[in-house]
Design a binder for this molecule. Structure first.
Ligand SMILES: *[C@@H]1O[C@H](CO)[C@@H](O)[C@H](O)[C@H]1NC(C)=O
Ligand SMILES: *[C@@H]1O[C@H](CO)[C@@H](O)[C@H](O)[C@H]1NC(C)=O
Ligand SMILES: *[C@@H]1O[C@H](CO)[C@@H](O)[C@H](O)[C@H]1NC(C)=O
Ligand SMILES: *[C@@H]1O[C@H](CO)[C@@H](O)[C@H](O)[C@H]1NC(C)=O
Ligand SMILES: *[C@@H]1O[C@H](CO)[C@@H](O)[C@H](O)[C@H]1NC(C)=O
Ligand SMILES: *[C@@H]1O[C@H](CO)[C@@H](O)[C@H](O)[C@H]1NC(C)=O
Length: 210
């Protein structure tokens, strides 16, 4: 099975101009060998861009694995597939398949509003931050801890981060909430805002990483 993804890349030239430059390219995605994914087409879950290089996009693709009728959410193939698309049509593939680190809990949408536990943040140069949740016991949400990894375009892991306990709401329902923004000078790092459980009231926590 050969699957072709055609993406149009929009390159805004400024708010005062109406002209939008775009170009086409074709990229062939190899078929998947996981159990439930027969005939499933890959589709795009997120597209993000570098703040210091807006012509380069980081696209997360995935295939539907199954629909969870209990949580009423989709679950996706249990590996992380990123495609770095450069403006000249070059594509770098990052395929991360370690299910002991990014566990199956991360590959289903969660909650009432289809919240995605895995988030992708292009940092600068060839660096991409991926955040997810790791559990020592996936049946016990009090063991859930938010983590991050920095990948380069060759799929090497350059850094591992531990952010702290994942947010539970209400009570014991896992519902991670985070917001990450690059420093205005992306090479200097990023800020992370996250919801945290307190002993009386919940609150937000700011952290700075460099
Ligand atoms: C992009 O592809 C579409 C469909 O094949 C075609 O109609 C269009 O002319 C192409 N645009 C460019 C800029 O090549
Ligand atoms: C296949 O789908 C079932 C639910 O239909 C799920 O429990 C199982 O984990 C899936 N298998 C894989 C390898 O993802
Ligand atoms: C696109 O640009 C990158 C980096 O500048 C280069 O490594 C790659 O070979 C180029 N690809 C094509 C198809 O020109
Ligand atoms: C989801 O919806 C149920 C019932 O509609 C509600 O009790 C629960 O608090 C909601 N959960 C979240 C995380 O909003
Ligand atoms: C994992 O958590 C569940 C639910 O709290 C508990 O029943 C089970 O014993 C735990 N397993 C281990 C290995 O701690
Ligand atoms: C609960 O929070 C209060 C106020 O932040 C703090 O003084 C107290 O030590 C906390 N108690 C526990 C058991 O963590």
């Amino acid at each position: 099975m050969v699957i072709i993804i055609i993406l149009l890349m929009f390159l805004p030239t400024g708010f005062t101009q109406n002209t939008i430059k775009y170009s086409n390219f074709t990229y062939q995605e190899r078929s998947s060998v996981q159990a439930n994914l027969t005939e499933a087409q890959p589709h795009i879950l997120s597209i993000s861009r570098y703040t210091d290089n807006s012509d380069t996009a980081v696209v997360r693709i995935t295939r539907v694995n199954y629909y969870d009728y209990f949580t009423k959410n989709y679950c996706y193939e249990q590996r992380l597939l990123l495609r770095v698309i450069q403006s000249n049509g070059s594509v770098n593939e990052i395929n991360y398949e370690n299910a002991a680190e990014i566990q199956d809990i991360n590959y289903c949408y969660i909650g009432n509003s289809s919240h995605n536990p895995i988030k992708i943040y292009p940092l600068f140069d060839q660096y991409i931050l991926v955040t997810y949740t790791h559990a020592t016991n996936t049946s016990d949400t009090t063991t859930y801890v938010d983590r991050g990894m920095v990948f380069d375009w060759n799929g090497n892991i350059l850094s591992k981060l531990e952010f702290g306990p994942s947010y539970l709401y209400p009570g014991t329902n896992w519902y991670p909430i985070e917001f990450i923004v690059n420093n205005i000078t992306p090479k200097d790092g990023f800020l992370r805002l996250s919801a945290v459980n307190g002993n009386e009231t919940d609150s937000f926590k700011w952290s700075q990483y460099s």
